[in-house]
Design a protein around this ligand. Structure first.
Ligand code: FMN
Length: 392
């Protein structure tokens, strides 16, 4: 169990807002798949006002780079992919219509129902407040505000949070987008505006493109709405870590969560819940339960009785600025002869010419006088024969 904005979740894994949560049947699939809570597809007064959003481009999704990974732990088919998208289906044109979906979903689901609001190109705050009230009445357990959908490129507007906060008594989660704001500055503003939690990060506008080389075709057109997948998880993790250091409200981490390890990373950097989107497109709804189960096994093995027991555990390791870094530490690479396979990878990429073949030709030798202590050889070694050692 985990508490998040006053809701009790059976596990911290939430199905994120997207097409895969846009109707009752899909929300039920997410619950059956193992989600601790669901966030609906965003709804707002946008389709009517923005002609570009009426109609669905087809095809609009493409999974690329399946099966490719630089991390052997993830090297199972489809563990690493990008979800490219061109345009997006919309929830029904009017929030009033979507209220029927919310009512039915509330009736059918036994897990918390978070309703996502967005109002693309509709700046008046009253539209946000109006939609919020409709969804509160329809039975939403909490609201998530997709701030990425506000006029671009400047997206995050704390006034939206304030207007919704004043209109409803439900918990309000502010969802920040990639690339527009500094989380350290915007996080506190969202908190001050009344957000009960922050979700980071949502996709932002971006020209994402991929090429199918064999077919000599674009994998999809440049995406207007950006995409999901593990390729930008490091940015999501950095957002959460920076938010964790600058606000006192709970965080929900989203972007690139494919495995339970990814979920654990977000929690270790300060998130209370973790959201999953693109991985559902790639692996199906059951991936939610697999992530939740894997996380539970990890927690059991480590003796963590709750998410709180290890939440934010790694934040102390963050180096806040260069001033606190130990520079020019007396470290150099060291080799364990019995492990070395003499593959030559370390010799090839030592920019300091500090590594050479040992006279025995069965290992390598490190010239400590030349070694810069940069650590690249340790990362390049495939058999763990190299490590960094202090010599002070
Ligand atoms: C097809 C698609 C539609 C999405 N629609 C929404 C949306 O309506 N509202 C929202 O807040 N985020 C939306 N997102 C963003 C996701 O909720 C999530 O923040 C993003 O995809 C990153 O997570 P991921 O790497 O797990 O996909 C959408 C993402 C995709 C791929």
């Amino acid at each position: 169990m985990v508490s998040f904005v006053g809701l009790e979740l059976k596990n911290p894994i939430i199905a994120a807002s997207a097409s895969e949560t846009w109707n009752v049947s899909d929300l039920l699939k997410a619950e059956k798949g193992g989600a601790g809570a669901v966030v609906t597809k965003s709804v707002g007064y946008h389709s009517k006002t923005e002609a570009r959003f009426v109609g669905h481009p087809r095809p609009r999704y493409r999974l690329v780079n399946k099966g490719f990974s630089w991390d052997p732990a993830l090297d199972k088919e489809g563990a690493f992919f990008s979800l490219y998208r061109l345009g997006e289906m919309q929830a029904p044109e009017e929030p009033e219509q979507y209220a029927d979906v919310v009512r039915a979903a509330k009736e059918a689901l036994s897990i918390p129902l978070i309703v996502s609001l967005a109002n693309v190109w509709v700046p008046p705050y009253k539209e946000w407040a109006k939609t919020a009230k409709i969804m509160e009445k329809a039975g939403a357990d909490a609201l998530e505000l997709d701030l990425s959908a506000h006029p671009m490129p400047k997206a995050t507007d704390p006034n939206i949070v304030r207007s919704v906060r004043d209109a409803v008594s439900l918990p309000v989660i502010a969802k920040m987008m990639i690339g527009t704001e500094d989380p350290k500055e915007m996080g506190p503003q969202l908190e001050k505006a009344g957000a009960d939690a922050i979700c980071a990060i949502g996709t932002g506008p971006g020209l994402c493109l991929e090429v199918d080389v064999q077919a000599e075709k674009l994998a999809l057109q440049p995406s207007f709405l950006a995409t999901g997948g593990p390729w930008y998880r490091p940015i999501g993790l950095a957002f959460i870590a920076q938010l964790a250091r600058s606000v006192n409200i709970p965080l929900s981490g989203v972007t690139g969560v494919v495995t339970w390890e990814d979920a654990a990373k977000y929690i270790m950097l300060g998130a209370t819940t973790v959201q999953v989107c693109a991985a559902i497109y790639a692996h199906g709804y059951g991936t939610l339960g697999e992530i939740a189960d894997g996380l539970a096994r990890f927690m059991h093995a480590k003796g963590y009785s709750s998410v709180e027991a290890f939440r934010g555990k790694l934040l102390d390791q963050l180096v806040p600025d260069w001033g606190n870094l130990e520079l020019d530490a007396p470290v150099a690479a060291a080799v364990e002869d019995r492990k070395c396979t003499v593959c030559g990878r370390c010799i090839d990429t030592c920019f300091y010419d500090a590594i050479s073949l040992a006279p025995s030709r069965k290992s390598v030798v490190i010239d400590r006088g030349k070694c810069d202590g940069c650590g690249l050889c340790v990362s390049r070694c495939l058999v763990g024969a190299l490590s960094m050692k202090r010599f002070d």
